[in-house]
Design a protein around this ligand. Structure first.
Ligand code: NAD
Length: 433
């Protein structure tokens, strides 16, 4: 099939590369010329495990091409996947300007009938809006069918998730889209129920509801961890006890400093906006958001209460919003550093992947010192704060940790084994342990 993917970010690039790998001819359009320049020579503009290999494979095989030209790309296309960003506006409403601008370019250059899949996360009602919007711009009398195809990949595991999805959701209103979707996704359908066709509205809501639900689980366990802290319980035991109940399950029940990233906070805002715009009573999404913000404050307080911070220095491991990514958008680690930095003379920060992005986020703080080895300057620091659950933090060198002036670890991801650390003679503060 001839596929055009619009947007070469986390979602677009993974979609384009995976479709090309399974034999489709894919043109990936972006308006960011500097990104395209890199992609054309096989450089990935962000870190994503396993992506570079399949992008290179696609480019070399001729199945994958990067371009800024809508005109050339749309000459012979069967399906278009819209993967542009939909960031929040300051009032929480999703900003659909990138989507509208890509629709205007499609309208200008489309030459033939096509199916347009909206993969970007968009509020319920957007597919119908997009259909009306495009019909006013289209230069020719063409048949354009819209489908809602939300993406569920996780940064860090994006390629694996795309190739081996739990489910592929496609909201449709025309049976032809069913047929073409089965062809496009044939290599990724694992079982008879992994490709699910729904109404367009249901598909749009499924995406927001899924993200908000996962965010709720995190916020919930974090609140329970605060209770556990107060009464001297252990959140790991509590999690185990809860998760053995199959109705609850074990996923998204790790307590820490909360969720971040480009999706959960934005999608909670988008969901709240849809409820409120339509005067539909809602409490949970807003409470989840507030509870998550509270968690950073809670951990910051714990750090400041348990360290003699005046003029001291601290070492922070982790800047990315989660492990295995360089993405710092809405990162709890960055928020935590911003909250506590003024209490320290120097904050030494380390991340194996996200330093370049974090430098932009923390540019206004003058006492931040980026280091490229996680033990650099450890002897100058009172304590260590773990803010991201990168794998390489799981097995620290205890001899070096013992050189911390106050021999104290604040583990914002409950990554280390508290009793093992205490046995070594270090003081340990986790969350709910
Ligand atoms: P991103 O910001 O990383 O990438 C978007 C890309 O679109 C950018 O490269 C931008 O230059 C390009 N773009 C903007 N306007 C364009 C236009 N008119 N024509 C061509 N290209 C254009 O965004 P992302 O993280 O890939 O997210 C894309 C969408 O997918 C969002 O709606 C997001 O909520 C959703 N989503 C993201 C993830 C994730 O983990 N990042 C997961 C699931 C869904």
């Amino acid at each position: 099939m001839n596929i055009v993917v619009i947007g070469s970010g986390y979602v677009g690039l993974v979609t384009a590369a995976c479709f090309a790998e399974c034999g489709h001819t894919v043109k990936c359009i972006d308006i960011d010329k500097s990104k395209l320049k890199k992609l054309k020579i096989g450089q990935i503009p962000f870190y994503e495990n396993g992506l570079e290999k399949i992008v290179l494979k696609g480019v070399r095989s001729g199945n994958l091409e990067f371009t800024s030209s809508y005109e050339k790309s749309l000459r012979n296309v069967d399906a278009i996947f819209l993967c542009v960003g939909t960031p929040s506006k300051s009032n929480g409403e999703p900003n659909l300007n990138f989507l509208k601008s890509s629709l205007r370019s499609i309208g200008e250059h489309l030459q033939k009938d096509v199916v347009i899949y909206i993969k970007s996360t968009v509020p319920v009602g957007t597919n119908h809006f997009a259909e009306r919007y495009l019909s006013k711009i289209l230069k020719k009398d063409l048949k354009v069918l819209f489908a809602s195809n939300p993406e569920f990949l996780k940064e860090g595991d994006a390629v694996l998730d795309f190739k081996d999805p739990d489910r592929i959701i496609i909201g449709i209103k025309d049976n032809y889209v069913k047929k073409i979707s089965k062809l496009i996704y044939k290599n990724f359908i694992k079982s008879s129920n992994s490709l699910v066709f729904t109404s367009i509205e249901s598909a749009e809501i499924i995406k927001y509801a899924s993200n908000a639900f996962l965010a709720s689980k995190i916020a919930f366990i974090n609140e329970i961890a605060r209770l556990s802290d107060h009464y001297g319980g252990n959140i790991n035991e509590i999690k185990l006890g809860m998760s053995l109940d199959k109705r609850i399950g074990e996923h998204f029940l790790n307590s820490g400093i909360g969720f971040g990233g480009s999706c959960f906070p934005k999608d909670l805002d988008g969901l709240i906006d849809r409820f409120e715009k339509n005067n539909i009573p809602t409490l949970i999404p807003r409470a989840v958001k507030q509870s998550n913000n509270e968690q950073i404050k809670y951990f910051a307080k714990k750090i400041l209460k348990n360290s003699s911070t005046k003029k001291g220095s601290v070492l922070v491991w982790g800047l990315a919003f989660k492990s295995n990514t360089d993405d710092t958008r809405e990162s709890p680690a960055i928020k935590l550093i911003k909250r506590i930095s003024k209490h320290y003379k120097r904050v030494f920060v380390y991340d194996p992947l996200a330093t370049a992005n974090a430098k932009k986020d923390l540019a206004s703080l003058k006492n931040i010192c980026f280091i490229n080895n996680k033990y650099n300057n450890i002897k100058k620091c009172d304590s260590l704060i773990i803010a991201t659950e990168h794998n390489e933090f799981k097995k620290p060198d205890f001899d070096l940790l013992m050189t911390l002036k106050q021999k104290t670890i604040f583990d914002g991801r409950n990554l280390l084994n508290a009793s093992e650390i205490k046995k070594k003679g270090l003081t340990y503060f986790g969350i709910g342990v």
